[in-house]
Design a binder for this molecule. Structure first.
Ligand code: VJV
Ligand code: CA
Ligand code: ZN
Length: 394
């Protein structure tokens, strides 16, 4: 097992599949897989590929994916094309969660190459989990994974196959207890559902609850993730939810993340950690309403890395794509312990025109904006979360 003190080097492996970057959710869809190619372009141009093992892997097989999907939904995903979907109205009515690309503002369009796309990002997370299981790497990265809303029987929130559930299951073959942490601005409902009654996996999600300028209970997708939801059966108190209000900034986030995760690490004592690094919790995201800087976001990665437990880093949301690529590139450097060594000026690499709005720098300025998270509210959610973790002790 890895045995290097904090701050020192880790053996990092990294998955990238250029085929994923060409996937198109539809002309105006907010999910843009090209952001993963942009991330890769940055990672390469900063010279970080030299320090990592490249995971060359095959797409996940049908048998591997079958483990986490119902038969009906698997067949649907595998066989559906935009044309058959258009022609088969009977089927169309049965599968409300999927919809045709080009229909207006559809979350989960039936797109060309859908099954291949899912098999590729799932294959990446699976290979990354195996690299940790065999002990060949201390940290494994798949920025194209992290699709936390997908369920066994349906797509949800741009996610069709839950690669995280697949990776967690694979990790359980080696590690007795695995911790899942989710810093995407949305609640990790799919992963929570898969493992709600499982005592070997603990899921923790930090997320926005309610929208800015509106009432506290105004719908922010997916609307679940109440602090009162703590799991059930063997998994009781192994589900933890930290709902926050719009405007959350670096200071406030850290004041919750660090004490809560310190306690979770101490009480649950995981043998491996999976961190979903959804970048829609960054300031200026097109969907999320948090106000984190890239450094604030990456501190979560650095903090969990400091425990020296095998760590799987996955992508997730992120809808202002220049911010996303900057963030995941910086977090790749954090994984390597090289974040202080990469210059702020973005090297020439072919994608630099995307970074004009941030002055061609890796880090962009975060506005001083108000937060709806008052000190009182912060104290309450921290207290409630810590109280839930304490219950694990008993
Ligand atoms: O809020 C929702 C669901 C609706 C029904 C569908 N319409 C499109 C929107 C309202 C209730 N869906 C969310 C899903 C967010 C998924 C986040 C995924 C992740 O980051 O957690 C992990 C990858 C939502 N919010 C915004 C949109 N959908 C949205 C979808 C579009 C769009 C604009 C906004 C789809 C297509 C187009 N524009 C053209
Ligand atoms: Ca989350
Ligand atoms: Zn999200």
């Amino acid at each position: 097992s890895p045995s290097c003190p904090d701050g020192s080097k880790r053996r990092v492996c990294y998955y990238y599949d250029a085929g994923i970057a060409n996937v198109d959710y539809g002309a105006h869809h907010v999910m843009v897989p090209r952001r993963v190619a942009m991330t890769h372009g940055l990672v390469a141009s900063y010279g970080l590929l030299r320090d990592m093992e490249l995971l060359r892997t095959r797409p996940a097989t049908q048998d591997e994916i079958a483990y986490i999907l119902t038969d009906d939904y698997l067949r649907l995903l595998r066989d559906l094309t935009p044309d058959t979907y258009r022609a088969d109205s009977a089927r169309r009515h049965k599968i409300g969660a999927l919809s045709l690309s080009g229909d207006e503002r559809n979350d989960n369009p039936v797109i060309d190459g859908l099954w291949d796309y899912c098999a590729r990002y799932a294959g990446g997370s699976l290979a990354a989990a195996r690299a940790l299981g065999t002990g060949t790497s201390d940290i494994a990265i798949n920025w194209s994974g992290g699709m936390h809303h997908a369920c066994s029987g349906e797509a949800s929130g741009f996610c069709y196959v839950n690669d995280i559930a697949l990776a967690l299951t694979e990790l359980l073959a080696t590690f007795p207890r695995v911790l899942y942490v989710d810093i995407d601005v949305h609640h990790g409902d799919g992963v929570e559902k898969y493992f709600a009654s499982d005592g070997k996996v603990m899921t923790v999600s930090f997320h926005q609850f309610g929208r800015a300028g509106k009432g506290d209970d105004t719908f922010f997708f997916p609307g679940t993730g109440n602090a009162k939801d703590v799991g059930e059966g063997e998994g009781k108190y192994r589900t933890l939810n930290v709902p926050m209000k719009a405007g959350m900034d670096d200071t406030g986030y850290k004041e919750l993340f660090v004490p809560i995760m310190r306690e979770v690490m101490e009480v649950f004592r995981p043998d491996a950690v999976v961190l979903q690094c959804g970048a829609d919790s960054l300031s200026g995201d097109r969907l999320g309403e948090f106000n984190l800087s890239i450094r604030g976001h990456a501190e979560c990665v650095a903090y969990l890395r400091s425990f020296n437990v095998p760590l799987l880093l996955l992508g997730g949301g992120g809808y202002t794509i220049n911010h996303v690529a900057s963030c995941w590139c910086y977090e790749t450097a954090v994984a390597l312990g090289k974040e202080k060594e990469i210059p702020d000026d973005i090297p020439h690499h072919g994608y630099e025109h995307y970074y004009k709005d941030q002055g061609y720098k890796l880090h962009y300025a975060v506005p001083k904006a108000g937060t709806k998270n008052t000190k009182d509210h912060m104290d309450n959610i921290r207290k409630e979360a810590l109280k839930n973790v304490e219950k694990l002790h008993e």
